[in-house]
Design a protein around this ligand. Structure first.
Ligand code: GDP
Ligand code: MG
Length: 203
């Protein structure tokens, strides 16, 4: 009886170990023109709040948030700790900008659906990521969906850029919370899938 218990306990400890998620820290950056909603998206994701006031971000703000990511086909559970870098678009001090973005492992690049001019920023971010990283995953976020009639916005160029670069895009609203969780989930899964491919080879 006693022996059975010990065997059972040992098995349970092994199972627990297999279940225990592995910690991993990754750096995600938000890119995009001023005022598109980068800070608001982070705030919505991390604290589930929204604020109408606009305070431009100075330098960079780093926020930490952990998320459990499952990779069922590899039997992995990862406690992904995202270090979210909300970086001010710093045209005046490009040397700082580059320093903040160094080592980014995933990028959310944001545009404002109510200001089509900001769509240009998506293209600029993609080429920046291509130049500065070894293929870090990117997701396009078309934010402020609550302000526009989606059918009236011309998304042709964005769609073709996204297709061309193999970048997924999501329509979001930091105000209503629409797709905000999903945006961070999407970039997290892409980061983990890239990591797993490098570590274990093709799935
Ligand atoms: P950032 O410069 O890219 O960090 O932009 P902020 O997050 O500071 O947002 C700029 C302004 O847009 C602020 O007044 C926000 O309240 C507002 N804003 C951000 N996201 C949304 C959104 O999804 N919907 C609406 N209606 N306003 C938003
Ligand atoms: Mg900001």
């Amino acid at each position: 009886m006693r022996g059975d218990m010990a065997v059972h306990r040992a098995q349970k400890a092994r199972d627990d170990m297999e279940q225990k998620p592995m910690d991993m820290v990754k750096k995600v950056c938000l890119l995009g023109d001023p005022g598109v909603g980068k800070t608001s998206l982070v705030r919505r994701f991390v604290t589930d709040q929204f604020d109408d006031k606009y305070l431009s971000t100075i330098g960079a703000k780093v926020t930490k948030k952990a998320k459990i990511i499952e990779v069922p086909d590899r039997q992995l559970r990862i406690n992904l700790i995202l270090m979210i870098w909300d970086v001010a678009g710093n045209q005046d001090y490009p040397q700082f900008y580059d320093m903040y973005l160094k080592g980014m492992e995933g990028v959310l690049t944001v545009a404002d659906l109510s200001r089509p001019k900001t769509f240009e920023g998506l293209k600029a971010s993609v080429s920046h990521v291509e130049r500065k990283t070894e293929g870090a995953p990117v997701v396009f976020l078309l934010n402020k969906a609550d302000l526009v009639e989606l059918a009236s916005v011309d998304l042709k160029e964005i769609k073709s850029l996204a297709d061309d670069k193999g970048v997924p895009f999501l329509v979001t609203s930091a105000k209503t919370g629409m797709n905000v969780e999903k945006a961070f989930e999407c970039i997290s899964e892409m980061i983990i899938s890239d990591w797993a491919k490098k570590k274990f080879g093709v799935a």
